[in-house]
Design a protein around this ligand. Structure first.
Ligand code: 2HG
Ligand code: ZN
Length: 473
């Protein structure tokens, strides 16, 4: 049979120039393995277009050759969403060179950024213009805007600003056949037909390739107050959230829960971290308040709420950040959870959501179910309590073999999901479906919903070249 790949590589090289194409195994190695090291694929080439026009050329050529394309940003997927399979026949399309901030407009409170700009660089560009990009995730130093939007990332500030999709006003997308859709509109109102941009946000590269976006900004914070609290239980954490909401709901920008296990792993494995409390606890909360208002007295408000919670026995100890360095150190204890867990050993992740009020009961029930399934398994629940998204991660039993443990991932995930279902939750709150979870889709989204998704996929990508095997399987 005729193999279209050699001729395709020649055309790609001619179109992109030598710096636009990597083919040697040493050069492509970093692109074919996911961050969690769950999948290692193979690829004939990683293409690195320099602009939207070149992305369009890549897709036109690949579509004509019938060769699959796996879009990739910062390669921080938790579900293998950006990794090629091991057929050696899927081209990796890196968006990293599309790294320009095209505009920041503080009057409109918008910014226009290309797909390869890291989330952190976008935040910094917004801040330089006196604005705030209200999206923050642990991997923001590497995660790129294209991937952040293609996966509808959530993160720490969802409680205040929503998910990635809530921040998108416009998109530029290259379709599977190479057509460019310029939808970079900066409008707050635009009621003209199907909201296509929302179709691409969260489609995980299966419907089109996002090359640029217009993002909504907010006024920069004038005051910020952050505290790490030891709390008596997950219920107490929820009660504390209620107190902050009652005190000043508009000020809560993050409300994160962590367990003693997770903080313990961070302190054990991440150099330079320390617990700024008198003693370790079984449950913690990291709360951040921020406001653009002048003289809002956030710190006094924080102290006031914490005193009442201390008196009620919900909070047992707390450390308030007095400087920006202290604030960063407190956040580090939260943001290093994934890395610390990875260093501790193999883990199975369950990125689930339940109604906020059900989080404590969910954690208790899921812990019980997992311990019944596998004695010695170590639950590490942490995450975005303020929006109901808990990472119910499970670390391998101490002496267990990592490969043996990972081979049970479906049994473990199914056990957690059975509990999630009892609370009317979701099996993937923010990490998406990727390559890890399409097998869950028929059970959770089957019938009319999955049928409609398949029809949309067939309409926009009739050749099935965009990120095959992801989301819909
Ligand atoms: C976070 O909230 C990320 O830090 C990663 O979503 C969570 O490692 C995880 O499971
Ligand atoms: Zn998260």
């Amino acid at each position: 049979m005729h193999d279209p790949i050699p001729a395709l590589l020649d055309s790609l090289r001619a179109a992109l120039g030598p710096s636009g194409l990597l083919t040697g195994p040493a050069d492509t190695a970093a692109y074919v393995e996911d961050w969690r090291r769950l999948y290692r694929g193979r690829t004939p080439a990683v293409v690195r277009p320099a602009d939207t026009g070149q992305v369009a050329t890549v897709l036109r050529l690949c579509a004509a050759a019938g060769v699959a394309v796996v879009p990739q940003g910062g390669n921080t997927s938790m579900v293998g969403g950006a990794t090629p399979d091991d057929s050696g026949r899927q081209i990796v399309l890196s968006l990293a060179r599309l790294d320009r901030v095209r505009a920041v407009d503080p009057r409109d409170f918008t910014m226009t950024v290309e797909a390869g700009v890291t989330l952190k660089a976008a935040q910094e560009a917004a801040a330089a213009a006196g604005c705030l990009l209200g999206l923050s995730i642990s991997s923001e130093g590497s995660a790129q805007i294209g991937g952040v939007l293609a996966t509808n990332a959530g993160g720490n500030n969802t409680v205040r600003y929503g998910n990635a999709r809530d921040l998108v006003l416009g998109l530029e997308v290259v379709l599977a056949d190479g057509q460019i859709w310029n939808g970079l509109r900066r409008l707050r109102k635009d009621n003209t037909g199907y909201p296509l941009r929302q179709l691409f946000v969260g489609s995980e590269g299966t419907l089109g390739v996002i090359t640029a976006a217009v993002l909504k900004l907010a006024p920069a914070a004038r005051e910020t107050a952050v505290a790490l609290c030891a709390v008596a239980s997950a219920e107490a954490a929820l009660d504390l959230f209620g107190r902050f909401q009652a005190h000043d709901p508009g000020a809560v920008t993050a409300f994160e829960y962590m367990s003693g296990a997770g903080i313990g792993f961070v302190l054990d494995h991440i150099p330079g971290t320390r617990l700024p409390l008198a003693a370790p606890a079984a449950h913690y909360v990291l709360v951040e308040l921020a406001t653009p208002r002048r003289d809002a007295g956030l710190r006094a408000g924080l102290e006031h709420v914490l005193e009442a919670a201390l008196e009620a026995g919900e909070v047992t100890d707390a450390a308030l950040a007095a400087t920006e360095a202290q604030r960063a150190a407190l956040w580090r204890l939260r943001e290093e959870h994934s890395e610390a867990q990875k260093r501790e050993g193999a883990s199975v992740k369950n990125d689930v959501s339940v109604p906020v009020s059900a989080v404590p009961a969910f954690i208790a029930a899921a812990t019980e179910a997992c311990l019944a399934l596998m004695p010695g398994i170590r639950p590490v629940p942490f995450g975005h309590l303020g929006d109901g998204n808990i990472h119910f991660n499970l670390e391998q039993p101490k002496e267990a073999d990592a490969a043996w443990f990972l081979a049970q991932d479906h049994a473990i995930m199914d056990t957690v999901n059975a509990v999630v279902r009892r609370f009317d939750g979701s099996f993937s709150a923010e990490h998406g479906v990727g390559r890890l979870k399409p097998y869950m889709m028929p059970e959770w989204r089957g019938g009319a919903e999955l049928d409609a998704m398949r029809r949309i996929k067939a309409a926009l990508d009739p050749g099935g070249i965009l990120n095959p095997g992801k989301v819909l399987g």
